[in-house]
Design a binder for this molecule. Structure first.
Ligand SMILES: Nc1nc2c(c(=O)[nH]1)N[C@@H](CN(C=O)c1ccc(C(=O)N[C@@H](CCC(=O)O)C(=O)O)cc1)CN2
Length: 278
């Protein structure tokens, strides 16, 4: 029976250290400031942004959410980003994804100053991450690495990543490689997925398909990290068949309450990092 990794608790304890850092910054007259751009009325995006506001308030970060109708043009959004880039009081800028179809996501990400890119999505930050240089790391992958380190040594472990998205799959593999893990990437075209996942000491699943990973696809004693968020019959579930895999793994993240809370916490971490750079 696996240890259930309590992401809420790990996140809460990490936020305590951030609170202390913010108290020190405020004593030096620095108030960390985060601007979040929220476009449209997607209920999930609104809920995630509320979570970001709550976490910022708890830690002492000054956050402001700028809400726009989904008809906003790309030019209006890019002009707004320019203003925030120039505002010396703003440390972090985040545009909540996904964006409406008239707006090119890459153009938006590339317009945010890399120094203020608290999502860690800008190519300059992604490149530095690949090189193992100190930079703003993408929040979900950073959160996953932190959770994994609460359970095991990473160096020498075989990490299998299922999923190759720009914001989770690709970067999370890179972060584990930087920690001297052996990394295998799998995706929708991978032949015999189970043969791959069964080799994993640490299995990270980020596809967005409920029940994709079943118990027979997991090596006994593996650490299983489920990044999927799927709504099935009104319930939130991950990509892993949680009840069955729990019996086989040594540790597992639940959905909800696993990786999700770490995403928001690492966003706060990045905002504090930028503010600390002075
Ligand atoms: N600009 C960004 N957009 C998006 C990101 C991102 O990192 N930056 N990631 C996701 C959404 N996201 C944060 O923005 C996010 C997703 C999930 C959670 C979370 O806490 N999930 C909970 C369940 C929440 C629920 O009930 O729906 C959990 O897993 O426990 C936080 C943040 C896409 N967009």
């Amino acid at each position: 029976m696996a240890v259930v990794i309590d992401g809420k608790q790990v996140a809460a304890s990490y936020r305590e250290t951030l609170k202390e850092r913010v108290t020190e910054l405020r004593a030096r007259g620095i108030v960390p400031k985060l601007k979040v751009v929220l476009i449209g009325d997607d209920p999930a995006s609104h809920s995630y942004v509320r979570g970001k506001e709550r976490a910022a308030q708890e830690i002492g970060i000054d956050s402001q959410v700028l809400r726009f109708d989904e008809t906003i043009s790309e030019k209006e959004l890019l002009d707004l980003i320019d203003l925030m880039n120039e505002d010396e009081e703003v440390h972090g800028i985040l545009v909540q994804l996904p964006l409406p179809k008239q707006i090119d996501e890459s153009r938006v990400i590339m317009r945010i100053s890399p120094e203020k890119d608290v999502d860690g999505f800008h190519p300059e930050n992604v490149g530095k991450m690949m090189l193992g240089l100190d930079t703003l790391l993408p929040c979900t992958p950073h959160g996953i690495l932190h959770l994994a380190k609460t359970q095991t040594e990473i160096a020498g472990k075989h990490v299998v990543v299922v999923g190759r998205s720009q914001i989770v799959g690709k970067p999370v593999g890179m972060l584990f490689l930087n920690e001297s893990a052996t990394v295998t990437y799998c995706h929708s075209k991978t032949d015999d997925l189970g043969a791959m996942t069964r080799q994993a000491d640490i299995l990270i699943v980020a596809v967005g398909r409920a029940g994709l990973v079943t118990a027979d696809m997991v090596k006994p004693g593996a650490l299983v990290i489920d990044v999927g968020v799927n709504r099935v019959e009104g319930r939130l579930v991950g990509d892993v068949d949680y009840e069955a895999v729990k019996e086989k793994a040594s540790a597992i993240t639940p959905v909800p309450g696993g990786v999700g809370p770490m995403t928001i916490t690492m966003l706060m971490h990045n905002t504090v990092e930028v503010a600390s750079r002075g």
